[in-house]
Ligand binder design. Structure first.
Ligand code: PEP
Ligand code: MG
Length: 594
């Protein structure tokens, strides 16, 4: 039973895990800077310059360290901040105001930052809005330096802590990652924010998009952060705390059990092998993929190369990134997906003009085919890198036949040009497409004749079939992975693949759900691709079931009328037929019962 004070805030699950602890608030808005009058402006300007220089040098040092530890994508975040600190126009404006207004430097810098932040906050451009967070970060550092504060944001934290802020800076997350038992909860931020990416890559539990919690909750408030469900529970009752302590205990036990399966093959009890591959966003995840026991990379989302940049990455940069991933993965298969820009991903780069419905708009292959010069740079970088490993190329968001033939023509053109330039590449790189738009599934028999594999993107297939924005929490009940229409589209995709004997995998989140995996395997998919954190879980599922039963379960599920009916049937049958999954099912069920 909930206590009278217990309150649940709903946000976006950004990184899995549970933290039972107390809040440490890092709110920017609540920071007060007094407007101190100064008598010696020249002296103040000298101190300001020293502080700026110090902040800039520290940011450059951090960028170097992070380059070593996590790679260039993360380092760029700090390089961008160092450039903000070094902005000559901004800094000379601050100095001018110090002279004219005779007010302390930190107040003027903070005032200037707020003015720019307000402008950026009103922008419809997500890239610009993210720059706002970089400005906040630089301003906080500068103010702390000017006031002689030590940047002790997270030092001295004891016990389990949930750090809250409107936004948490990448540097703070890095500090978080070396402490145990920490998580974070932010007011803003979505799937594309630096914070979400860092949290996942560093395995720190996180919930984003919680509104104004950081202003509401003082440091010390007792909370539970549930990164699985994307909730923050304030003042949890003894009963809720007990339930979450149990969840954490079983999470620990489960992790240990699953860890033991790393080197075991993913085969069902009746000896049917299922491929388990990993989805990655960042090259820094490759070592974790190898450690997880995944047999390869089933989806590399290359659009994350735009993490901190407003322009398309160069040929050299792409070639370096792709070949380094391929080299590290050795013989293991690596599926690299061409840019899926647009929708909710980095619209700042891809968008030429405002779109009312970006998910139904200029996205993915549409963006690439409209800008063949840019697309060809990516295709050529992929071709040139192909010599270093076991590469397949995958095209997102195909919705008609011509998009595929146009892409293939461009690919052939790239091959011809590379031959002319005497650049070597593999001639037989498999080419596949994502099936994530219903119109493509409905013509999949034709598409199958032209490609080497299909990968079903359930994240988008569900949103486009159900007419439900995948990022809109108001519609989460309508976002139904197990809706009969989804099952039937998946079945149809598999049947189409069979006509040409090509492989079908699933790389959407449905593959990481045990019930989803049982159903997908029963429907006949060959491979599942999930974040490296879920590889052990999938191995357990596959080694606990028999293919024959999964097939019968799927066959019956295909005749049902609603998600509710299908889910309760799947739960009942899984319990009855696959007793080895009892632990996992009990954990998942408890975790989804509020
Ligand atoms: C999907 O749509 O299921 C998918 C894997 O791609 P993304 O989540 O990147 O859109
Ligand atoms: Mg998709």
């Amino acid at each position: 039973m909930a206590s009278r004070n217990e309150k649940i805030y709903y946000g976006i699950p950004a990184s899995p895990g549970v933290i039972i602890g107390a809040v440490k608030s890092l709110s920017f808005e609540t920071r007060t800077i007094s407007k101190e009058i100064i008598t010696a402006p020249e002296e103040e300007i000298r101190t300001f310059r020293e502080a700026i220089d110090n902040v800039k040098r520290n940011l450059e040092k951090t960028a170097d360290k992070i380059f070593q530890r996590l790679g260039p994508e993360f380092a760029r975040i700090f390089e961008a901040q160092a450039m903000i600190a070094d902005d000559q126009v901004w800094n000379s404006n601050v100095e001018k105001r110090i002279k004219e207004e005779k007010i302390c430097a930190e107040y003027i810098y903070f005032d200037e930052a707020n003015r720019v932040i307000k402008q950026l906050g009103n922008s419809s451009d997500a890239y610009l809005r993210e720059r706002m967070q970089d400005i906040e970060s630089v301003t906080s550092k500068l103010v702390s330096r000017m006031k002689g504060e030590k940047r002790s944001t997270l030092k001295g934290l004891k016990g389990a802590t949930v750090v809250t802020a409107r936004y948490i800076y990448p540097g703070d997350i890095l500090a978080l990652s070396i402490k145990r038992n920490l998580g974070f909860a932010t007011g803003i931020g979505g799937a594309t924010s630096h914070a979400a990416l860092m949290a996942k890559s560093l395995s720190v539990p996180a919930v984003l998009g919680l509104g104004d919690i950081s202003e509401k909750l003082p440091t010390g408030t007792r909370v539970i952060l549930d990164g699985y469900k994307g909730i923050l529970i304030i003042n949890p009752s003894p009963a809720t705390r007990k339930r979450y302590r149990e969840i954490k205990q079983s999470e620990g036990q489960l992790k240990r059990q699953l860890g033991q399966l790393k080197s075991k093959p993913a085969v069902t009890k009746d000896k049917k092998g299922i491929g388990i591959l990993a989805n990655i966003e960042l090259p820094a995840e490759v070592p974790k993929v190898i450690l997880s026991g995944a047999s390869g990379i089933g989806l590399y989302r290359t659009e994350y190369l735009f993490l901190t940049k407003p322009e398309f990455p160069s040929f050299e940069e792409q070639y370096r990134t792709y070949s380094s991933i391929l080299r590290k993965m050795g013989d293991r298969p690596v599926v690299i997906r061409t840019f899926d820009l647009g929708g909710d991903k980095f619209p700042g780069v891809a968008r030429r003009k405002f779109e009312l419905n970006p998910f139904l708009g200029w996205r993915a292959i549409r963006v690439c085919l409209d800008q063949p010069d840019i697309f060809k740079i990516q295709l050529k970088a992929l071709l040139k890198a192909s010599r270093y490993g076991n590469l397949s190329v995958m095209i997102p968001m195909i919705s008609n036949y011509e998009e595929l033939t146009q892409t293939q023509r461009l690919l052939d053109e790239c091959k011809m040009e590379l031959r002319r330039e005497r650049v070597r590449f593999k001639e037989d790189i498999p080419l596949g497409i994502m099936l994530e738009v219903p119109s493509a599934v409905l013509i999949a028999e034709f598409l199958a004749r032209k490609v080497d594999f299909f990968s079903i993107g359930t994240n988008d297939l569900i949103q486009y079939t159900m007419a439900v924005d995948r990022g809109n929490e108001l519609l989460s009940d309508l976002y139904q992975s197990f809706h009969p229409s989804i099952l039937s589209l998946i079945k149809r995709s598999i049947q189409a693949a069979r006509t040409q004997n090509i492989k079908v995998s699933v790389c959407g989140e449905m593959a990481a759900d045990p019930l989803g995996a049982v159903l997908l395997i029963g429907l006949g998919v060959d491979e599942l691709s999930v974040s490296f954190q879920y590889v052990g879980l999938l191995k357990k599922v596959i080694r606990s079931i028999d293919f024959d039963s999964a097939r019968n379960i799927a066959r019956k599920a295909l005749r049902m009328k609603s998600e509710q009916e299908i889910v309760s049937y799947l739960e009942k049958e899984t319990k009855k037929r696959f007793p080895d999954l009892e632990n996992i099912m009990a954990f998942m069920k408890r975790n989804s019962n509020g």
